[in-house]
Write a protein that binds this ligand. Structure first.
Ligand SMILES: CC(C)(COP(=O)([O-])OP(=O)([O-])OC[C@H]1O[C@@H](n2cnc3c(N)ncnc32)[C@H](O)[C@@H]1OP(=O)([O-])[O-])[C@@H](O)C(=O)NCCC(=O)NCCSC(=O)C[C@@](C)(O)CC(=O)[O-]
Length: 311
């Protein structure tokens, strides 16, 4: 049965190899990562954020990005592989490794942008021009806007600021945008409010929603997004994930939950739900230890304290 008013199809971009693995304590050997990624791709996934090209001091777990991406890409030529980058150096390395999409990350909130990539928002926006000039014609350019809903340091983000920054990013001529609910504490009411305010600014550009699940709101927020007509989502098998520079951020929306939820509402994802669950179980059985509170709620860890709310 298809729920009236919902999109008929949804795109799921699997982000476990990047967002999920970045918060794992013990280095996952490159061959093991490639094996897990192969299992994830066996679910029918057509888009994957496979790694990031960032400082290995900041994210040691993904220091083998230049080996992982080409090793997987040669086996799966039909999948679109995205690599997250914070700067020109990252973009150069992502292109050299064969990324199909270069995903430039910055945060809407100054404090998180500084904590995560050590730049002001203005510096990130101007740095984006050099990245775009480098990447144009060689790969798609996507921009991920972290803290589009909530910030671990500043609380609720004014949706009008998000809309203004979307306008500035779009003026640079990018191919897609991701709005991220970085810390997974946004209530469905506030989440919907932001989507309604920013929707006009997103008209005509493919937009992904990247939703963390700290308070267990991720699936509700996905339903709210579908109600508003959005149908592209990031999610991570096993619900792994969380930005190490966003205190309290727990896992992503779990791919297995999203696929099951959407199937129940008649929204086609093209993924095999049973296969996704099998992969999630295999990950769990491997015994990944997550840093601090970066575990997915589906892995049964306690939730962090409520963040400060700005009113
Ligand atoms: C941005 C920097 C580099 C600034 O860090 P910095 O220290 O200000 O940078 P720097 O330019 O002074 O360089 C410092 C060192 O890093 C190297 N370096 C510099 N750039 C690169 C690069 N691209 N790749 C590899 N190495 C690089 C550079 O060469 C130098 O090496 P050294 O001379 O010390 O040996 C650093 O802070 C960084 O890498 N941060 C990454 C942060 C990160 O990965 N965060 C997690 C991902 S974002 C996220 O999870 C949120 C998201 C996307 O999921 C959405 C959401 O949920 O909100």
């Amino acid at each position: 049965m298809h729920f009236d008013g919902l999109p008929k199809n949804a795109v799921i971009r699997e982000v476990c190899p990047r967002d999920g693995f970045q918060g794992i304590c013990d280095f996952i050997p490159t061959e093991k990562k490639v094996e897990f990624i192969g299992q994830m791709l066996s679910t029918g996934i057509k888009e994957m954020e496979i790694t990031s090209f960032v400082s290995p001091k900041a994210i040691p777990q993904l220091s083998d990005a230049a080996q992982v991406l080409p090793a997987v890409k040669k086996e799966y030529p039909d999948v679109e592989f995205t690599a997250l980058v914070p700067n020109v150096k990252g973009a150069e390395n992502a292109l050299a490794a064969g990324a199909d999409v270069v995903n430039v990350v910055f945060s809407v909130s100054e404090s998180h942008n500084m904590a995560n990539i050590r730049r002001t928002v203005e510096q990130s926006l101007s740095g984006m021009d050099d990245i775009i000039a480098l990447v144009r014609g060689k790969a798609k350019i996507c921009v991920s806007m972290a803290t589009s809903f909530m910030c671990p340091f500043e609380g609720r983000i004014d949706p009008r600021r998000v809309a203004e920054l979307i306008g500035k990013v779009r003026a640079k001529g990018v191919d897609c945008i991701t709005l991220a609910e970085t810390i997974g504490t946004c209530t469905p009411k506030d989440f919907t409010e932001t989507l309604q305010v920013v929707k006009p600014a997103l008209e005509g550009i493919p937009t992904y929603l990247h939703i963390h699940n700290t308070y267990g709101f991720a699936d509700m927020n996905v339903k709210c997004a579908l109600d508003e007509g959005f149908n592209r989502f990031d999610s991570a098998v096993g619900g792994l994930g969380g930005c190490p520079f966003a205190p309290g951020a727990a896992g992503n929306a779990a791919t297995e939950d999203l696929v099951y939820l959407m199937q129940s509402m008649g929204v086609d994802t093209g993924l095999d739900p049973l296969r996704v669950v099998t992969v999630a179980r295999a990950l769990k059985a491997y015994g990944l230890r997550t840093m601090g509170s970066l575990c997915a709620s589906s892995f049964g860890k306690p939730k962090p304290e409520m963040p400060v709310q700005n009113q």
